[in-house]
Ligand binder design. Structure first.
Ligand SMILES: [Zn+2]
Length: 216
């Protein structure tokens, strides 16, 4: 089973990728893991990627694809693999299709679907202590007393980056990349959509159920 997991930041992809990988017994990797691994090993691809990142430029698709294909060759079990956070754009998806063409292509692209309004609510929940910098989350990890740090009693505040307007802008950038990507997999008949606005456990159950027919 060759699967990719799609979803905007805040959709819970990392957590679900871990569960799906564990329960279905297929290795997973995120593009972040790949970059870190190549940097650590000082590979040619790693050096190339770093040279772009240091200039603030996007790493070209062929460099990222090179890392993904190398990982697949070394790690994919006979049962397949799960990619988390890659591809991120339609052109990356097309390059991946081409690279996998000899092995029958991808089996499924699973989208953890969460509305923008809900993502803004999730991602703008983060607040920090102005004195000791302890992080809290208004929804998931609220302080005992609103606005006050449990540890030192300091005042809690929200960074400009985490304010709803800033979060909305950040999401918009991803939406512009993700929509054509989702369309690509829908057109190819590979898209499976899972409602992501439920508990972490329920979303995970739905993902496993959705992938079962693909696995057998
Ligand atoms: Zn504090």
């Amino acid at each position: 089973m060759k699967v990719i997991l799609l979803g905007l930041p805040g959709a819970g992809k990392g957590t679900q990728a871990e569960r799906v990988s564990g329960e279905l017994g297929i290795p997973r990797v995120s593009s972040g893991d790949l970059f870190r691994d190549h940097q650590k090993r000082g590979t040619e691809l790693g050096r190339l990627a770093r040279s772009y990142m240091e200039r603030g430029a996007l790493v070209p698709d062929d460099v990222t694809i090179g890392m993904v294909m190398e990982w697949i060759a070394d790690n994919a079990s006979p049962g397949g693999f799960l990619l988390d956070g890659f591809p991120r754009t339609r052109s990356q998806a097309e390059a991946l299709d081409e690279a996998l063409a000899g092995e029958g292509g991808l089996d499924a692209a699973v989208l953890i679907d969460v509305s923008r309004a809900e993502l803004v609510r999730r991602l703008s929940g983060r607040i920090l202590c102005s004195r000791c910098q302890t992080p809290y989350n208004r929804r998931e990890a609220p302080p005992g007393e609103p606005g006050k740090c449990d540890r030192c009693g300091g005042e809690l505040y929200q960074r400009a980056d985490d304010k709803p307007e800033a979060v909305e802008k950040r999401i918009e950038v991803y939406v512009q990349d993700t929509e054509p990507l989702v369309a690509h997999y829908r057109e190819g008949g590979k898209l499976i959509r899972v409602d992501g606005e439920r508990s972490v456990a329920e979303v995970g159950d739905a993902l496993i159920r959705a992938l079962q027919p693909v696995a057998t």
